[in-house]
Design a protein around this ligand. Structure first.
Ligand code: SF4
Ligand code: SF4
Length: 116
């Protein structure tokens, strides 16, 4: 499953540069699928979701750093464990039960975003 950042976040920014998928963004910042991946233009994810990878979406949080579930792979394909959770000084990067995916699904997403 994707991870989620809770309201315990102190906005230190340490996690952002650790994410291999560029799935973490600062508060109030717009986000897209293209940054930090090989995705460009209209793409269809393995789960069937079609998106414009270059479209800038509104921030998910105006108070704290946030994670885009569609880009988070739990670091599968890059690391043995979630880097954001490993480096967060206040342990506020937690599994998000609303975005459960199997390891195979996470690996497929990783390959789709980076190995095309
Ligand atoms: S678990 Fe890994 S891929 Fe997901 S947001 Fe954290 S660092 Fe990024
Ligand atoms: S490392 Fe933790 S406290 Fe720092 S910005 Fe990321 S989620 Fe927030």
């Amino acid at each position: 499953m994707a991870l989620i950042i809770t309201d315990k976040c102190i906005n230190c920014g340490v996690c952002e540069t650790e994410c291999p998928n560029h799935a973490i963004f600062p508060p109030a910042e717009g986000w897209d699928y293209a940054i930090g991946t090989h995705l460009e233009g209209m793409v269809s994810f393995p789960n069937g979701e079609s998106v414009n990878a270059n479209k800038i979406h509104p921030s998910l949080s105006y108070d704290y750093y946030f994670i885009i579930p569609g880009k988070c792979t739990e670091c599968v394909g890059f690391h043995d464990s979630s880097r954001c959770a490993a480096v967060c000084p206040v342990d506020c990067c937690l599994p998000d039960p609303d975005h459960w995916e199997s390891r195979d699904e996470l690996m497929s997403k990783k390959k789709f975003m980076h190995d095309q």
